[in-house]
Each structure stands twice: as C-alpha cells, then as structure tokens.
Design a protein around this ligand. Structure first.
Ligand SMILES: [Zn+2]
Length: 159
C-alpha cells in the first residue's frame, strides 16, 4: 500500500486520505521544501503537493510525487482517485495524528467505534458519517466525469 506525505497547503486533503484508510504524514510546521523531500525519500512516501516547483524537485531527486491541480477538496480527492486511491471510508488512521486506530468492540456491528491510542480521539459511525458518504459520492461523480473527458480526448486524438 502506498504511504503519503502532504505539504502544509494540503492538510485537509491529508485528513480525508486518513478517513480513506491511508497512511499520511504531514509536516509539524512550516519547513523547508528539502525537509519534505528527504522525509518522503527516507520513508518511501509519495509526496502530495500543489507546489509545482516542489513536485519538480521531487521528481529530480527520484522521489514519488503527485501534483494536485485543483483547489476544491472534492476535485482534489477525485485527482487522487485517479492515482488509485479507493474512495471508501475506512477508519484506520487518526485524522489528527495518523496513529493506527484501535477498534472498540461493541454489541452491534453497525455502530463501529474506533479509538486513537495516541491522542484518545474517538471515531464512530454517527450522523457525520452519512455526510462524509455523501461527499464521497460527489467525488465519485467528479472522478467518473474526469474519466469521461479523458476518454473523449483520446477518441479525438486517435485517427
Ligand atoms: Zn490521534
């Protein structure tokens, strides 16, 4: 499974990626681009950034990088779906600190509850869950529209 590193501009996207079960690190504070690059390389993480120059530098250093083009969170997630990130809610990582979550056993299967062993934040399938599902539906439709457009462009290019 891919592991990621987001820059400070993409912290919100990073939290969403964790909701999708991805391992995502972020810098603790404003830092040097080089710090991000060496962290990505030493931990084998794919750097996600909107900074074109940082993306260039990453490729130059043989690192893996995804350059995000959109400013909206839905479009950004659709871009990552394009890179193979599944759009399914899967609480595995704390959205705040990225620690692996522990499932808390409860009577009913529906009411999944998870706890972060590091910062003690609780996660459960409440009303906000449906809101997140709805948001992902929007992302899925943007993603399929993106693919539709790609397909048309391919058709036009072929003789
Ligand atoms: Zn936590």
């Amino acid at each position: 499974m891919a592991r990621f590193l987001v820059d400070l501009m993409l912290m919100r996207l990073g939290r969403w990626l964790r909701l999708l079960g991805q391992d995502v690190k972020n810098p603790a504070g404003p830092g040097e681009d080089e710090g991000l690059l060496s962290l990505a390389k030493s931990e084998g993480r794919t750097l996600i950034t909107r900074d074109r120059r940082l993306a260039e530098a990453c490729r130059h250093a043989d690192g893996k990088c995804i350059l995000i083009r959109s400013s909206g969170i839905e479009e950004q997630l659709a871009e990552l779906a394009e890179e193979g990130v599944p759009l399914v809610l899967k609480p595995r990582r704390c959205t705040i600190c990225n620690a692996p979550l522990q499932k808390i056993e409860s009577g009913s299967q529906e009411m999944g509850t998870w706890c972060c062993p590091a910062c003690k934040k609780l996660y459960w399938k409440g009303g906000h869950w449906q809101k997140m599902e709805k948001m992902l539906q929007t992302v899925r439709s943007i993603h399929s529209r993106m693919n539709g457009i790609d397909q048309n462009e391919k058709d036009q290019q072929s003789p």
